[in-house]
Ligand binder design. Structure first.
Ligand code: FE
Length: 291
């Protein structure tokens, strides 16, 4: 490994918000942060032991121009969409949904004991793919390779590469890396990343130190944005730690954002709203299932 770890440029504690039909969740980052996380738009952390916080769910709603990536740690979410897909996202599962030109779906958490815990990441699509054909990938937990390093780090690979393994989610526009990393007490982690990629970590169990060894400690729930360098580095304290590590190629394109629809220009948002009212928003209805 070369000696240029990516520095920590900014840390985000997130804020509580109500989404869907009244789901209480923590937004790690969102439209106030554009374009810092380009190509990533938003990260929501929905974790609660109180069913009243999440049972209202996210009833039928549209998406256009983005990908939504749901990763469940605990509990279950039922879903259905205008492509004809339906099912349940359970603990360890990932749904990687490419809305393209338009999808209408619902995401309804089930009463989950002892808790519901998961993340939804929004990945922007490049202008040329925003009106593309929608795609849906539902992956079970067992489909993700897990690498254990000499330092005892346990790395679950959703997308991108870690060491000799590659995650099963492939063919995504921004060439993403999406890892779930668990560190033992005192454990260390390093991953070379393309220098031009935007990279961040979200701490699940902390504290974890990111960046050069003298970096600050990141508590659970905090998001750490990395600056330029040739690898992302992390180390855990005496309690060990766990975090998501996400990276992708920035798009450097204008962002026009209206709720669940993210395009490049205001005129495209107006068009989407017109189509929603006219019932012509969804262009593709045939079931498209990519594994
Ligand atoms: Fe959605």
């Amino acid at each position: 490994m070369t000696d240029h770890p990516r520095p920590v440029v900014q840390r985000f504690s997130g804020h509580e918000t109500l989404e869907g039909a009244g789901v209480r969740l923590r937004r790690a980052f969102g439209n106030g942060e554009v374009p810092l996380f380009d190509p990533f738009l938003l990260l929501d952390n929905f974790g609660s032991k109180e069913p009243a916080d999440y049972l209202a769910g996210f009833p039928w709603h549209p998406h256009r121009g983005i990908e939504t990536v749901t990763y469940m740690l605990d509990g279950q979410v039922d879903h259905g969409d205008s492509l004809g897909n339906s099912g349940t996202i359970g603990a360890g599962d990932v749904q990687w949904m490419t809305s393209g030109s338009g999808i209408i779906h619902q995401e309804m958490p089930r009463r989950s004991e002892p808790l519901l815990r998961g993340f939804q990441l929004w990945v922007n699509l490049p202008a040329r793919a925003k009106m593309g054909v929608p795609a849906y990938r539902g992956l079970r937990g067992g489909e993700f390779p897990v690498e254990t390093t000499d330092d005892g780090a346990r790395v679950r690979v959703v997308s991108g590469r870690f060491g000799s393994v590659e995650g099963p989610v492939r063919g995504i526009s921004v060439d993403p890396t999406y890892l779930d990393v668990t560190l033992p007490p005192g454990g260390k982690f390093q991953l070379p990343l393309p220098p031009e990629h935007t990279a961040f970590a979200h701490t699940i169990d902390g504290p974890v130190r990111f960046g050069p060894s003298e970096g600050p400690e990141s508590p659970a729930g905090e998001t750490t944005l990395f600056g330029p360098g040739d690898h992302a580095a992390a180390s855990a304290g005496p309690a060990g730690g766990r975090f998501l590590l996400v990276a992708g190629r920035p798009l450097h394109e204008p962002v026009a954002w209206y709720g669940p629809i993210v395009m490049n220009h205001q005129s495209e948002l107006s068009e989407a709203v017109r189509e929603l009212r006219a019932g012509t928003f969804v262009k593709e209805r045939r079931p498209v299932v990519e594994e």
